[in-house]
Design a binder for this molecule. Structure first.
Ligand code: NAD
Length: 551
């Protein structure tokens, strides 16, 4: 399939919004909800109440606009109350994978031929609707994946940011049809055209922002997709899909099938007509996808593109002359916010030996004060996502007990049958220990003693990952040094290593952390396009003899 040449009228203008009160203009990050405000607290509680009344509903898969139910079902559960079913979903099989790819192929010609501004307006309309229904989407995030109120709000806010940001970036890309150099005697154009049909495979942990960001970046460029959300968070994806329909999504542009990764996801990855795979998730699955996508299948006429954003083993360096209070606050927030279930979470604190004892003592004191409980009641730390995750984290804690000195936590917390694990800190961990090298994806922090800044940097870089990192220091020289030598995709100075903001902190990692896609950055949309150069002879070049030279 070849993408038709887009007939777009390039424009620098930001598209107008047809719905919603938000006036388009320069991009601005969505403000966070102030939950100290009584009206906002009441709105959140009411939204949770309304969502509780809708728990346990059944959701279809949607292929080419058709709602389909399957024999096999998937139950999504509240990790704080595992007996509570949040939503019943379908379990699509290989025939559905084929049907979904064909629906995306059928929708591609009309969708890719639409002017960019129309596609961008879909994103802006979706943002406007989401903005009005913020509390409701926060409530779904709270009950389906166990985010507390602020974490849920950050997920919804980031989704709005992605929609607003990519709409504007798409218009810039549309306007960038002229290469900076015009060859004498020619009219030269460069058009960014879509790739075709893609598979979008997001993780469960930012089940709205990452799922929506990956999907909408792909479709705003004119691609059509099969979206396979995680089986741990399919309800949020179903509600976002319904929102897209309300915003005017055309049938077949996004085909929604939450299904098993190894079966349904794999079928998409291997399908000979799927041109790109946009994946965010674990290193293990990402590498498998990379390998499978590289193998040519019968009937495949293109090289598949993979966009892979994977795990991390993120470190915060605590330098000898830092503001210790700020460092402790940053480490605690980065390590235990959302129970350490962020790819950007701090799982290693590398601390200068001169302040090690004081830092450790005060860190433990601060982390001990963390309140654990049902995120619906807005406790700081909720459960981990599933029984599988719970067992994996507890296994790592058992390993940690042989590798370091347990100074906090180290056990499950009994609370309503949910998958709760206490904030856990191991001190005196060797940089090469398993708990200092492998991604745990839970509330477990390894504290490592360092003899000075050079060694801290060496330890920080000495894993196979390279996603985020932070340095707390008051030395301009050492911050500059880290800027040059701390090898991560997202580096922060004197602030936590989580909480990337769309636009300001384009996000993506080095090494085994991914292909450095920089989601929320100006380059991201290019990953979902291919550039077509068109040269038209309109006169005689002054040095026409030389035109036979070159590629
Ligand atoms: P995961 O790798 O288990 O699953 C991710 C997605 O892949 C899910 O939709 C899953 O169903 C699907 N999948 C699983 N096996 C598959 C297969 N064989 N073929 C195709 N698809 C398959 O990850 P997860 O538990 O959902 O998410 C946590 C991981 O994601 C962590 O490692 C975390 O660091 C990473 N993550 C990375 C980023 C980033 O931007 N770098 C952001 C968020 C999460």
């Amino acid at each position: 399939m070849n993408a038709p040449a887009a007939k777009l009228s390039p424009s620098d203008n930001i598209p107008t919004v047809n719905t919603g009160a938000h006036a388009p203009g320069a991009f601005r990050n969505e403000p966070f909800i102030n939950f100290h405000d009584a009206a906002n607290r009441r709105a959140m509680e009411e939204a949770l109440e309304r969502v509780r009344e809708r728990l346990g509903h059944e959701y279809p898969i949607v292929i080419g606009g058709e709602r389909i139910k399957t024999q096999e079902k998937i139950a999504s559960r509240n990790p704080a109350w595992p007996s509570v079913i949040v939503g019943i979903h379908q379990e699509p099989d290989l025939a559905h994978a084929e049907q979904a790819v064909q629906a995306a192929l059928a929708a591609f010609p009309a969708w890719s031929a639409k002017p960019m501004v129309e596609r961008a307006e879909l994103l802006l309309r979706s943002a406007a609707i989401l903005r009005k229904r913020k509390f409701e989407f926060c409530a779904w995030l709270i009950v389906e994946v166990g985010k507390n109120w602020a974490e849920a709000d950050a997920d919804v806010g980031e989704t709005i940011d992605f929609l607003e940001f990519y709409a504007r970036e798409a218009m810039k890309l549309d306007a960038a049809t002229t290469p900076p150099i015009q060859f004498p005697g020619e009219r030269n154009q460069l058009r960014y055209i879509p790739l075709g049909v893609g598979a979008v495979i997001p993780p469960w942990n930012f089940p709205l922002a990452i799922m929506a960001g990956m999907t909408m970046a792909a479709i705003v460029c004119g691609n059509t997709v099969v979206l396979k959300p995680s089986v741990d968070a399919p309800t949020i994806a179903a509600h976002f899909y319904a929102l897209l329909e309300e915003a005017g999504l055309s049938e077949g542009v996004v085909n929604l099938c939450a299904g098993s990764g190894p079966v349904f996801g794999n079928a998409l990855v291997e399908h000979p007509q799927v041109r790109f795979i946009s994946f965010t998730g674990s290193k293990k699955v990402g590498l498998e996808i990379h390998e499978k996508a590289a193998r040519r299948r019968e009937g495949q006429i293109f090289i598949k593109r993979t966009v892979l954003e994977l795990g991390g083993k993120d470190a915060i360096i605590v330098d000898v002359d830092c503001d210790i209070d700020a460092a402790i606050e940053g480490v605690v927030a980065s390590a235990f916010g959302f129970s350490g279930q962020k790819c950007s979470a701090c799982s290693r604190a590398i601390v200068d030996e001169h302040i090690y004892d004081e830092f450790l003592e005060r860190l433990v004191e601060k982390a001990r004060a963390i309140r654990i409980g049902d995120p619906a009641e807005n406790f700081y730390m909720g459960p981990v996502i599933s029984e599988t995750a719970y067992r994996r984290v507890l296994d790592y804690i058992t390993v940690g007990k042989t590798e370091g000195r347990l100074v906090l936590g180290g056990e499950a917390v009994n609370c309503g049958g949910g998958y709760y694990i206490a904030p856990t800190i191991f001190a005196d961990v060797a940089p090469t220990a398993r708990i200092a090298q492998e991604e745990i994806f839970g509330p477990v922090l390894a504290v490592i003693k360092s003899s000075g800044f050079a060694e801290s940097l060496h330890i920080a870089n000495d894993t196979e990952y390279g996603l985020t990192g932070a340095v707390y220091s008051q030395s301009r020289d050492r911050l500059e040094w880290a800027g040059d030598e701390f090898h991560v995709g997202n580096l922060y100075f004197n602030r936590k290593c989580t909480g990337a903001m769309v636009g300001a902190h384009p996000f993506g990692g080095f090494n085994m952390s991914g292909t450095d896609s920089k989601a929320g950055g100006a380059d991201y949309l290019l990953l979902f396009t291919q550039a077509k150069s068109i040269a038209e002879k309109i006169g005689t070049a002054p040095d026409a003899d030389n035109q036979c030279k070159g590629l």
